[in-house]
Write a protein that binds this ligand. Sequence first.
Ligand SMILES: [Zn+2]
Ligand SMILES: [Zn+2]
Length: 249
Amino acid sequence: MIQVRPLLESTLSGVVNALFPDRCFECQCRLAPSSEAALLCDDCADLLPALEMSCPRCGVPMSNGQLCGQCIARPPKWRAAAAVWCYEGLSKALIQRYKFRGELRYERGLLQVMGELGRRYRQSWADVDMVLPVALHPLRRARRGFNQSEPLAMAFAEGLGARCVMTAVERQRHTRHLAYGLSRKERRRVVRRAFSVVEDVRDKHLVLVDDVMTSGATLEALSDALLKAGAASVRLAVLARTPAPHRGS
Ligand SMILES: [Zn+2]
Ligand SMILES: [Zn+2]
């Protein structure tokens, strides 16, 4: 008699392996089966651009770990920013692959990284009441199929030991379209009005989570909206931070 079950099981695991091959994202070598949610082999993991020294306020890489010139000249609305990597090279490739193709294997690995970042801040950010994902416009969310900052916010909140609130902020307008051709000041106003705070954030210490922080314009607008709604403070946590500061642009 043919053993159907083992055959079926091996076929299934073959399909699963084909869909989610445990291979290094960079060099495609096979990863050890024990490595949980690994994205890279040990050699390639060394290539990730870790963000070791950065401006404590905006997270931009700074070799001395001091406040950057931008934050001294024009302090941002948020209190502090935490990031795992610089957004370049391998970290950029990984995040883009996850964000635009929604590949679950990469999600698992990135969530683990975000959880570790939360744990790293457990003591110094112990006053945090709520962790919030950056809301995507409903149209963009529908097009992409998911909002990458939601699972990241959940993982960070779990690591930090704080509550994650998914629906604290709603995004009203498709800002990129509306902001096209406007001056910097007008654009900021449009972006700020794009968010409406629907959760009671009064006197709460908040963390906003996103995958990447580039110009910071959206995060600044969102921080502004939350502070106007009575939040006590806003901090940021992202997977990666662009190397050069272009805040407000
Ligand atoms: Zn590798
Ligand atoms: Zn700074």
